[in-house]
Design a protein around this ligand. Structure first.
Ligand code: SF4
Length: 74
């Protein structure tokens, strides 16, 4: 659009605080939910960064972390 909105990044990612991000996994119904088994996780190898990233949450995320947007990887 304009100079302000001209970047190619799509929608803004959610701040960690807004999604109850925590640095430990969460076990629900016997299933351990964590970033590295979430469909939104981006591995450090994929991201080309030292720490993992997330498609929908801002900033680096740890493989064993969790937030309330967790969804099972396919
Ligand atoms: S959506 Fe949440 S649980 Fe899933 S990878 Fe991103 S930060 Fe981790």
């Amino acid at each position: 659009m304009t100079l302000l909105f001209g970047r190619s990044a799509p929608a803004q990612k959610a701040p960690k605080k807004s999604v109850q991000y925590q640095e430990q996994p969460k076990t629900v119904g016997g299933t351990e939910q964590r970033c590295d088994n979430c469909q939104f996780y981006i591995t450090p190898e994929q991201a080309g960064t030292e720490q993992g990233r997330c498609q929908v949450v801002q900033g680096p995320v740890k493989p064993q972390a969790w937030c309330n947007l967790w969804a099972p990887a396919n």
